[in-house]
Structure formats: C-alpha cells, structure tokens
Design a protein around this ligand. Structure first.
Ligand SMILES: *Cc1c(COP(=O)(O)O)cnc(C)c1O
Length: 841
C-alpha cells in the first residue's frame, strides 16, 4: 500500500503536524481518503478499474472500504471484553439471524452515509444503486430471526459487551418465485460471489462430537466419571461479522459457525488408503451447516435439524468457556461473567451441553454444574401454538447425543423427585413438568428442558406472557413464578426508520433534533405538530412520495399499475393460517362483489399489497398464495372495477423488500386470531412509519393501541378470552355463513370457481376449512372486520384526521424501540452494563 510520506491525500486530510499512524491513513474518514480507499479496493480486491467495473464490483469495493473502517473498533471491542474482568458478556444464541443487507446499515451506524453518498456521486455513481447489489443474507425465517438482528443492533448501540452466536448457513431462506400464481422455491446461494462482511477465524475452530456411545470410568481420585466416545467429529469454523452500534465505538461480533470435516478424524481413513470414505465424511460433515430449515412456527423434526442445533450450541459454549478461562482461574464464576439467552428452544440443548462440559470436560460435580448452568441460562418463548413446541424423539437423541440423553434423564430424575416431595399426590404436575413426554413414542420436551435449566423465562408481549403463565407453561409458573418476565419485543429505529424512510427521518430531525435515534421516546415531541397543517402537509407529501417509489417498483417488477391516491392496504409477513391472510382476501372479495352488484358504488380506491413466504411443505399456506393471486387476476382486469381495487402479491418478501414496503403503507393489517400471535414486530415497523393499524387484540397490537391511543387504532374481532370461550362452547362456522348474506356470497364465489376459471376443486380445502374445521375462526371475526374496514375508508376520506392519527402513531411508538427491550433485559435479567470502548488505549 501507499507510503504515508509521499501521500498527498494524507497531508490534505490531516492538518495536525504530529506523526500520523498508518491506520489513520488507510482508514481515514476524509472524503479524499475514502475515495482513494474505494478505488484501491476496486483495483486490488476486485481486479478491475473504472473502465470495466460492474455495479457489483463497485459494491464490493465499497463494502471492503467500510469493513476496514469497522475493524479497528471491532478488535478494540473484543480485546476490551477479553481483558475486562468485572463486566458481563451477553451471549445471544439463535439458530436464526435475519440481518438484512449490511452496507447501508453500517453507513448509517458509522454516521457516514451522506459523506459516502457524496464520494460515490463524485465518481458518477449512485449509492442507492450500489446498495441494491448486496445479496440480502436471509439466515432466518421471519420475526424470530429479525428480532435477533434488531437485538444485536441495540446491544452495540447501548455499548453492551455482546456476542451473537448462530449458524453460517450456506443456503439461507429460499428465494420465492410466483409461477402461475403458485409459490416456487429456488435455493438462495447467497455466498456465491463471496461475502465481504465476514472474517473466517480458523484458528478458533472447535471440534464437535456426534453419535457413538458413553463409557463409565473412575478417575485418579476414584470419582465416578462418564466419557462420550463419538462415532463422528466435525469441525466448527467461526466466521465473524462485525456489528457496529449507532454512533458508538462498540462493534460486537456476530459469530456464525460453519461445519467442515475434521481432518484429524479422517486422517486414519486417508492413511488407510480409503480415500472414498474420507471424502464422503467430508461431504457428510459439511451438510450440517448447508441449509436453513424454512419452517416458521412448525418444527421439521429432522435428524439434521437436531444436529444443527447441537452443532452451533456446542461450538458456542466451548468458545465461551475458552474465553472465560483466559481471564479467570476457574469456571466457578462463569455465571457472573456470562449471560446466555436462548432464542426459543432451538438452542435449548445448551442446558445438557453446559452440564456435560462442566462435568465431563472440566471435572465439576453435579450440584455446582447445575447451579452455574441455571444461573447462566435464560429462555425466551416465542409461541403459543401447541404444534410449534419442539419435541425430539428419545430414540433420535440416543442415536445422536447419547450422553445428553443421560444428563437429561438425570436432571429429570432429580427434578421430579423434588416435585413429588413438595407436592405429594400431584401427578398432574409431574405429567406437565416432566422433560419426557410419555406417549407411544417417548419424546424430549425442549421447552421444559429450557425452563428447568434457566433462571429467567420470558414471553415477548404482555398478553403472550400472561397466556404462557396461564396455559402453555402454567406448571412452571406455578412452581417458580419469580422466574417469569415479560419483555415486549422491539425493532431498531436505525434500520426501520432512518435507513428505510430517510425523508421522514429528515423531517423529524428538522423539527425535534436527532436525539430520537438513540431514544425513540423523544418522538413524543412530534405530538405538538399533530394539528399543524403545514407539518401535516409535509407528512402527507412524504408518505405520498414513498408510495410513488413503491408504485414504480411494483410496475417495474410486477407490471401492475397502482394508484398512489388509493389506500395502500398492506399485509406482509410469513403466510400462516393463524395470521389469516385469507381473512383479508374475504374483505377484497366483499368489496369486489359490491362493485359488481353496483358498479357506480362510491368506494374509496384501495391497493392491497401482500408479501410473504409459505413453508414449502405447508399446503394450506401455499394455497392461500394461489388464492390471493387468483383473486388479483380477476379483480385487477375487471373493467367494472375501473382500477378502484388492485391486488398485488410481491414475491420474495425479505428484509430489503420490507424496507421498501413498510414506509409506503397507509394501513397495516395485523389480523391474527387473538391469542395466537406471540408479539409481532412488523406491526411496530408499520406504526413507526406512520401507517395506521387495523388489528385484533393480539400480541403487541394491544400495547401499540395502548400507546397510540385507542382512537388512533382500528380494532376489531374477538378477544383471546372470547376465542377461548367460543371454542369451549363449540364454534359453528356454518351459523355465520348462513346468517350473513354477504359473507355467504363471498364464500360461494370462491366455492363456485369464480376465481379459478370455474374449477370448484382448487380452493375447496380453504372453503372446507373455513366452514367445517377452522381453529382460527375467520368467520367469527368477518362481520367485525368488514365494519371496521368501513371505518377505515371513512376516516381516510378525512385526510386531516388521518394525518393526525398517523403522526400520533409515529410519535407514540417509543416503547417499541428494541433499545428499550434490551435495556430491560440488561437490568432485569442479564445484569449487564455498558462498557465504553476506548480506541486510543
Ligand atoms: C419484521 C419482519 C417479519 C415479522 O413480521 P410480523 O408481521 O411480525 O410477522 C418477518 N419477515 C421480515 C422480513 C421482517 O422484516
């Protein structure tokens, strides 16, 4: 690289006379240094110059330019944590991290977005176009994975020492195509052209054992011991992605593990001349981190999935023990230095693995190992759907993790012994609490394992936590009520407002300053502009411009022309029956049928925008996608409709598409059956960006409505209690169908093949489920939903009123910053404190 003595750039960018370190030169933040670094990277890394570079080449060059500027802070942060001996390290274990594109976010958090935009512009390039070149790393399914990503942003922004641990899937969530109205899945080969954001750390690789059997023995002191003799060993190779905080020096690692064959283990096979076997071993080992299972809220139950879970948990725990023992003489104080949060039960095997490491590998006795394990681990539950609770068959456990099964049996033995002595005769309690489900096939209940092994258990919204205590985990709540916490989810305002809605962000900052970016409750100061007509006009203009941008994108990608004066009525999230996308379809058909009966009816124009992936094996969800597209096909081209209704299904909903959609929404559809959605976080992103919500009293909707004010929220539907009661009484959808002429017309039009070219079979499974077997009770909420939508349209006609409601929604969403959520975890669960990173030391 250039020598500093003859660099004209250096003397320009630095007016101090003192000696300058070489790093300051290479990673300086002056415009000239940035430009020079960018062009150097283009040449030396991509091997092209401005005459033949593609947009992707420019993207990579810029990504390395920014990564270089993160590295000093990253190494300093990690070094600080390793040296520091009296602060807590927060470890977030998650099988999914849905990070979204890094480049734009890193520019925002380093506070150099505008500077870089100018630099790029001086080279006749457009920054936003380069940002679009980055593949969206889709290492998660939906809300749960995105929550983990928002938490990492908040942890670094609050300067909390933290590591995110997960799996470096070679293939993330599939790419969704729509062919003839049906979802088609294409593998997501996101690493095909490399990944400039990650740093492989092969020197910190660890070995992971699998399969085999256990052996008892006595050590030198005569203690009873167990050793695990595996039949396979795979290597876990850490790949670190730096995660910067917003305007802080903190840059935390996201450490993702890649599986590779263990050379030492295969050495025998190679030596014995068994080349084929050694190669096969390599292939088998690498499949562990090959692909993300695309199921949201329904476990796949596959052996490879359990292997994935164990793989990343075992690697992460070994890593943590290594880090701990570098600075501490023993593991006795492990729980004082390290807090481990389990994101759902996917990493729940950590309970048994930590016990195994403490006892079998580090010589600790059972009592102490159990005490430290419990004091270290915390568990977040994410679902109330009974079918979503993970259970692994005992036979699978025996095959893959024989030692862990022994440990789980022993934990269960001591645990149930206590229960029987404290609550004699309470067999019901024992049945509910046992780690083993005694059905025809014995199964390990992962939620129960996580609960006994943790000192803190939390739900993700107030209602969800209440229902966990009352229902799903009631025996645990009875046993240890003090273990239960609520931690209502949040989202980061940096990605979800500043980066995705720059115009709105600029307006807000002009009015109230920029402190809202670090403390979203400051947005309250906007309330005083709620009735200001100039401000209202600016607010509307921004929404309109965001709608224009999305409309252009829809035209370009879908070929559908949408009216930006219409209500943008948006439902984007994973496709699931409990989320009730098909209830929204019933509303569309209701409006359509009204217009067909009376083409001159004065209805307010609407554009219905859908997006979301269905699990590839989830037949009903895929049929719902087909239904949306089929209804769209009829509605969009019916001349009687005169463009007043449009239905758009945007393929491949992911974080980057979300960043385009949330800011352009007028109406946010949050219409799950009450008691089914744990929290939702999409609801928060919409409201922050000024969309009004039509929703049920479910998940965080309840708290959003509380904050926004009930007069600023479109509420409909049964409450969770009413759903429960109605079910107990017996829910007969037919009564609603027979009792509501308009509803009957809507269902009949689907049934009679109106949207399927006369095919009466295609949508029969949906019709049958609605009428005869619907645990989500769509028809019970239909009337209330349609009436509520009528209010939406009436309100929208009053633009002043709508604007005021929109401003108040944005102004009052401070609670839903993930900064607030993380502060609560730090204070009430982790006992973690911020640590300033000093770059000079
Ligand atoms: C926020 C988000 C979700 C979660 O949406 P919900 O409406 O809360 O289900 C899912 N996927 C992506 C890409 C997101 O950004």
């Amino acid at each position: 690289m250039r020598k500093k003595s003859n660099s004209p750039v250096l003397s320009n960018s630095n007016n101090t006379a003192t000696a300058i370190k070489v790093e300051d030169d290479r990673t300086g933040m002056s415009r000239e240094t940035l430009k020079r670094a960018f062009l150097d990277n283009l040449f030396y890394i991509q091997g092209v110059d401005q005459s033949n570079a593609s947009k992707y080449d420019y993207y990579v060059a810029l990504a390395y330019t920014i990564r270089d500027r993160l590295l000093h802070r990253f190494l300093k942060s990690v070094e600080t944590y390793k040296k520091n001996n009296d602060t807590k390290l927060v470890c977030y274990l998650s099988a999914e991290f849905l990070m979204g594109r890094h480049l734009g976010n890193n520019l925002v958090n380093l506070d150099i977005y505008q500077e870089i935009k100018t630099v790029i512009k001086e080279l006749d390039l457009d920054l936003e176009e380069l940002l679009e070149e980055e593949p969206d790393p889709g290492l998660g399914n939906g809300g749960l994975g995105r929550l983990a990503a928002c938490f990492l942003d908040s942890l670094a922004s609050l300067e909390i020492p933290a590591i995110g641990y997960g799996i470096r899937y070679e293939f993330g969530i599939f790419h969704q195509l729509i062919r003839d109205g049906w979802q088609a899945e294409v593998p997501d080969n996101w690493l095909k052209f490399g990944n400039p954001w990650e740093l492989a750390r092969p020197d910190e690789s660890v070995e992971i054992k699998l399969g085999g059997h256990t052996q008892n023995y006595h050590d030198n002191q005569g203690n009873f011991k167990v050793s695990w003799i595996p039949d396979r060993v795979v290597m876990a190779i850490p790949h670190d992605t730096p995660v910067p905080g917003y305007k802080t020096n903190t840059v935390n690692p996201l450490r993702l593990w890649k599986a590779e064959a263990s050379e030492s283990f295969n050495f025998d096979a190679f030596n014995a001349g068994n080349y084929d076997r050694a190669v096969e071993e390599k292939i088998n080992s690498e499949t562990i981190s090959k692909v993300l299972y695309p199921n949201d809220n329904t476990p796949a139950g596959k052996e490879l999935r359990l292997a994935q879970q164990y793989f990343f948990v075992a690697a992460s725990l070994q890593d943590l023990i290594r880090i701990h023992l570098k600075n501490n003489p023993s593991l006795d104080n492990f729980h004082d230095r390290i807090a481990i949060q389990l994101n759902d039960t996917h990493p729940a095997i950590a309970v048994a693995e930590l016990m195994r490491l403490f006892m079998d590998e580090h010589g600790m006795g059972w009592e102490q190992a159990w005490s430290i394990t419990q004091q270290t681990l915390c568990y977040t539950n994410h679902t109330l759907l009974p079918e979503a609770l993970e259970k692994w068959s005992v036979s699978l456990f025996e095959k893959l993790l024989p030692r862990h099964l022994e440990i789980i049996y022993r934990i269960n033995h001591f645990f149930l012994e206590d229960i029987r002595s404290w609550y004699p005769g309470r067999d019901d309690l024992v049945d509910q609490l046992s780690l083993i489900e005694e059905a025809e096939e014995q199964k390990v209940r992962m939620a129960n394992l996580a609960c006994v092994g943790s000192h803190a258990i939390n739900g993700v919204a107030a209602l969800h936590t209440e229902l966990l205590k009352k229902d799903t985990l009631k025996a645990f709540a009875f046993l240890s009520p003090d273990k239960f916490f609520n931690k209502t989810n949040g989202v980061t305002p940096r990605r979800w407002i500043l980066l995705s809605n720059p115009a709105l962000s600029q307006l807000v900052t002009e009015k109230i300053g920029d402190s809202w970016l670090k403390d979203l409750s400051q947005m309250k100061a906007l309330e005083k502009y709620a009735d200001d007509s100039d401000f209202g006009q600016q607010w509307r203009d921004i929404k309109k411009a965001n709608k224009e941008t999305l409309a252009q994108y829809i035209l370009k990608t879908q070929g559908i022309q949408v009216d930006t004066n219409s209500i943008f009525d948006v439902l984007v999230k994973r496709i699931h029956e409990y989320k009730r996308q098909h209830l929204c379809v019933l509303h569309i058909i209701t409006l359509y049928n009204r217009l067909k009966r009376n083409p001159d009816l004065d209805i307010y124009p609407r554009t219905f925008i859908f997006g979301g992936k269905a699990a590839p094996g989830y037949f009903m969800a895929k049929l719902v996608i087909k239904l949306i597209n089929s209804v769209g096909e009829v509605v969009n081209k019916d001349p009687d409709i005169r463009g007043r209704l449009k239905v758009v299904f945007m393929p491949n909903f992911n974080v980057s598409l979300g960043q385009k959609i949330y800011p352009a929404a007028d109406l946010s559809e949050q219409i799950s059956t009450a008691g089914k959605e744990a929290s939702g976080t999409g609801n928060m992103k919409f409201a922050m960006n000024g969309a009004l919500t039509i929703g049920t009293l479910d998940g965080a909707n309840i708290e959003i409505r509380e904050e926004a004010g009930e007069e600023n929220f479109f509420l409909f539907g049964l409450t969770a209690d009413e759903v429960y009661q109605r079910k107990a009484e017996g829910y007969y959808a037919m009564d609603y169908y027979e009792g509501n002429e308009e509803l009957k017309g809507v269902i009949d039009s689907i049934k009679d093949g109106y949207f399927s070219h006369g095919d009466t079979e295609l949508f029969r499974p949906i019709v049958d489920s609605l009428l005869y077997d619907d645990p989500y009770m769509l028809l019970a909420d239909y009337h209330s939903y349609i009436e509520c939508q009528k209010q939406v349209a009436i309100t929208y006609r009053d633009q002043k009123k709508w604007t005021k409601m929109s401003i108040l929604n944005s102004a009052r969403m401070g609670k839903f910053s993930s900064d607030r959520t993380i502060r609560e975890y730090c204070n009430e669960i982790w006992n973690a404190k911020s640590v300033k990173i000093n770059l000079e030391s």
